[in-house]
Design a protein around this ligand. Sequence first.
Ligand code: GDP
Ligand code: CA
Length: 338
Amino acid sequence: MKKLTVLSGGMGGAKFLQGLLHGIATGRLPGVSPDAQVSVIANNGDDWWVHGLKVCPDLDTVMYTLGEGIDPVRGWGRREETWSAKEELAAYGVEPTWFGLGDRDIATHLVRTQMLEAGYPLSAVTEALCRRWLAPRYGDRLRLLPMTDDRVETHVAVDDEASPSGLRVVHFQEYWVRLRAAQPARTVAMVGLESARPAPGVLEAIGEADVVILPPSNPVVSVGTILGVPGVRDAVRATDARVVGLSPIVGDRHVRGMAEQMLTSIGVEVSAAGVGLHYGPRTAGGVLDGWLVDERDRAQVARVEEGGLACAAAPLMMTDHDATAAMAAAALDLVTGR
Ligand code: GDP
Ligand code: CA
């Protein structure tokens, strides 16, 4: 296999990609050529505008993580960060004070916003930013594509007694960063998704791939958003590539983040089997050929198989690059039958 395409969210997807690239570089992935090309189609439905800057959290998490610029403790933003600009904005009383961009990170956002305002599409801006972070390390063996150049912003409805509808709709960032996903999400809406067009290269990356991988990213607000861009789900359903996913739910809990809240909001059972069957087999209208669950969820394998998917259990905790590479190998094994 020479072409691998991954539909990625932020932290979970980025960590998986680190292990995948490590596995390729060390020859540990069955049937994958050492010079294989990885195309990452990243969710950009978490995006928002703040302080006049265009923020693309998942694109930046993937870019900084794979480019070794990420803060390893926070898992987002730049390492060796300082926060003077944030403090200065707070001193002016500028809202929102709950959302911080570090000083180094602001430089990335200035470049992105200036280029967008000069008329470049987000995909071209992303390519330009990756010339610093990814090209020196991976050359043309790694490409990062936003799912769309169009504006898509995820919103979440939460309970609000003071509102006549009993609900209040907040931007995804407010739900996650300010509310810490501590309240139930009643509904999730991706504003702009229905009229978004896949960014250049997205449909080709799916159509020309040897294997398409759904990493253990959030199935609703990461992978679900990417699949929701008109044309993307159909491309995944139609590709000659095998399509395999890895469960972000382990032991009926998310490993981190808010997949539990998001799955509940769309009425999907919070379990490895629940997510696999939600994606569904390509033979019955879904997007997968195979689904890998954690060894703790081995008892769910039969149910997933009955639902029409190849399924296996393996350790799915991304504790280090070797463990994650082994996960990628097991996922490829499942659908390529080596
Ligand atoms: P986000 O955009 O930063 O939320 O990141 P993603 O959507 O790419 O990934 C979030 C998902 O990664 C969560 O649902 C987690 O449960 C999952 N996750 C994080 N670490 C691990 C891990 O070590 N193993 C597994 N199986 N899932 C993980
Ligand atoms: Ca995200």
